[in-house]
Design a protein around this ligand. Structure first.
Ligand SMILES: Cc1ncc(COP(=O)(O)O)c(C=O)c1O
Length: 385
């Protein structure tokens, strides 16, 4: 059976062109960038080159790029690192985030509240998952150390008005971090002309390798390292550089940028066709997230009287790989916190489905998926009744 992968928000395949750039750094150019000798210098040059490339794409200085082990570490570094720094240097004690963040942010903020005594606040979101700016204005004050709001949501695809959010933060002197792990594959960022202070990315969401990411800001950020030890990354992240992956991430981001203008409208077209067919042909189907301000590759639904986890198994048996939320939640019978935060009833939230498109997706894939789904939903409902 030909399997159809429709879970590009969970991860993407490594682009062969990226792999080709990475390969020499596993074997012949294996030096440690911190070593003095020529092997080390060559590896250091490769890391510097990747840093310059990424800094250029974000319009920031090279000091503003910190390589990490992925999106989660980048979120941790931004949120915990900044909160602790702001408390130490300015006595600030408040953190604001939203209830629809990835757990890499939510669990970090929870820990900062429980174990470090920060005053944590969750800003309201509307039914599409967008931050309520009035509520943010109400919560934020001069005591706010850091505000972290997701750029584009992994479960529902909604894109937040991050520039407006950042303006609100700046008026009160708070640092604004945005988790752009999902957004990086689809949107361009110019941090030089944007009020956003810190952005997190992870390469495996844009056809780069797993286990590498970055925290990006206009200049060297003020924060405490979360991995202490050697002086790598300007003293902000210790540990021998993952040279092949760093090289791969820079190449993957470049290719994502180059391909965006052509690929983005194609993805949007397929996504809209999928959404239209699913909502037209399946009674009791509802789109989650914003219909317009959403990632071009992202479709997400809830279905009345459907067991979402069972639906994933049925889809898998029929040859389709999808998700019911973020990858980390698959198999978890609890309704998604993100969907509950939108005001969706817990029972309805249990019938969620996320379909995310990518480089391998074709019109034929959308056709066969939308042909198969109504029957699977019907069978699922019969077992549920
Ligand atoms: C929005 C968002 N943030 C953070 C992460 C974590 O990134 P990583 O898997 O690179 O640690 C993910 C991954 O699913 C994500 O979707």
């Amino acid at each position: 059976m030909d399997r159809i992968y429709l879970d590009y928000a969970a991860t993407t395949p490594l682009d062969r062109r990226v792999f080709a750039k990475m390969e020499p750094f596993f074997t012949q150019d294996f030096g440690n960038p911190s070593s003095i000798h020529t092997f080390g210098q060559q590896a250091e040059a490769a890391v510097d080159n990747a840093r310059t490339g990424i800094a250029g794409m974000f319009h920031v200085s090279t000091d503003g790029v910190i390589f990490t082990s992925g999106g989660s570490e980048s979120d941790n570094l931004a949120v915990r690192g900044t909160a602790l720094w702001q408390r130490r240097t300015h006595g600030k004690n408040k953190i604001i985030t939203s209830p629809v963040e990835h757990h890499a942010v939510l669990a970090t903020v929870e820990q900062l509240g429980d174990a470090y005594g920060f005053d944590v606040h969750l800003v309201k979101v509307d039914r599409s998952g967008k931050v309520d700016l009035t509520d943010l204005e109400r919560l934020i004050d001069e005591d706010t150390a850091v505000v972290s709001i997701i750029f584009a949501n992994n479960e529902i695809g909604t894109i937040n008005p991050v520039s407006e959010i950042a303006e609100v933060c700046h008026r009160k002197g708070a640092i604004f971090h945005s988790d752009a792990v999902q957004a990086a594959a689809h949107l361009e960022f110019d941090l030089e002309n944007s009020p956003i202070d810190l952005i997190s990315i992870g390469a495996h969401k844009f056809y780069g390798p797993k286990g590498v990411g970055a925290l990006v800001s206009r200049k060297k950020p003020e924060l405490f390292p979360q991995i202490t030890g050697g002086k790598q990354e300007n003293g902000l992240r210790a540990g021998t550089h993952n040279v092949p992956s760093i090289v791969g991430m820079a190449e993957a981001l470049l290719l994502a940028r180059e391909g965006m203008a052509v690929r983005s409208p194609e993805l949007t077209h397929m996504r809209d066709r999928l959404i239209e067919r699913v909502t037209e042909e399946i009674p009791g189907a509802m789109v989650t997230g914003d219909l317009k301000e959403r990632l071009p590759n992202h479709a997400s639904f809830v279905f009345e009287s459907v067991d979402g986890n069972r639906l994933l198994v049925q889809l898998d048996m029929a040859g389709f790989a999808c998700s019911s939320g973020s990858a980390c939640k698959t198999g978890d019978p609890q309704p998604s916190d993100v969907l509950l935060a939108l005001g969706i009833e817990p029972k309805l939230a249990l019938g969620s489905l996320r379909v995310t498109l990518g480089s391998g997706t074709t019109d034929e894939h959308i056709d066969s998926f939308t042909r198969a789904l109504p029957g699977l939903i019907e069978a699922n409902r019969k077992r549920n009744s």
